[in-house]
Ligand binder design. Structure first.
Ligand code: GMZ
Ligand code: MG
Ligand code: ZN
Length: 177
């Protein structure tokens, strides 16, 4: 089974230091919806693993987050694709949960859901915590330069991190090779 896991903010949609607090603030990055749909139509299952500490911080509630994700699913479906499992961590940095990246809990949940090994599985993110989560379970860390990615690129990255301009470039790589 061809499974790809994506971070959400900064990879699929624009991110903000003020958090993405409403459906209106949730704006897809150029080409990201089309990239997900193309991967889906090419036989890939695309899942999402996203930190959403804004819930713990009281910036928005689960119903609002679900509405953002319903919007994402609708947009992908309008392009003829289908989005897979979305897993989020609603906790704050001090909660000590197992799901907040850089912990790999969400990657483990998704891999178990699809019964796919984590080793070498591509996880695409824009933050160092995304790449560290991948490395923690021997998945393949993949950095995109969108969102916080260009800034992250200047940091010390896990060995073997792959770097792409955006999700569209990743889709082209996976579909054409
Ligand atoms: O990139 P993903 O995991 O999809 O989501 C990131 C968001 O939950 C937010 O994560 C926050 O980090 P803290 O959770 O406050 O450390 C900040 O980086 C915000 O700018 C960002 O919108
Ligand atoms: Mg992100
Ligand atoms: Zn959590």
């Amino acid at each position: 089974m061809k499974l790809l896991i994506l971070d959400r903010d900064g990879v699929i949609n624009h991110d903000s230091d003020a958090y993405i607090k409403s459906v209106a603030e949730w704006i897809p990055l150029p080409g990201s919806i089309e990239a997900i749909a193309q991967l889906s139509k090419a036989g890939w299952t695309v899942a999402v693993a996203t930190n959403q500490s804004g819930i713990a911080r009281g910036y928005y509630d689960v119903a609002t987050l679900d509405a953002m994700h319903a919007r994402l699913r609708t947009l992908v479906a309008e392009q003829g694709g289908e989005l897979g499992l979305i897993v989020y961590c609603p906790h704050g940095p001090d909660a000590g949960c197992d799901c907040r990246k850089p912990k790999p809990g969400m990657l483990e949940t998704i891999a178990a859901h699809y019964d796919v090994p984590l080793t070498g599985l591509w996880f695409v993110g824009d933050s160092l915590s995304d790449l560290e989560a991948a490395k923690a379970v021997d998945s393949q860390p993949v950095l995109v330069k969108t969102g916080k990615g260009a800034k992250t690129q200047g940091k010390s990255l896990p060995a073997g991190t792959l770097i792409f301009d955006d999700l569209a470039a990743i889709a082209a790589e996976l579909i054409n090779n």
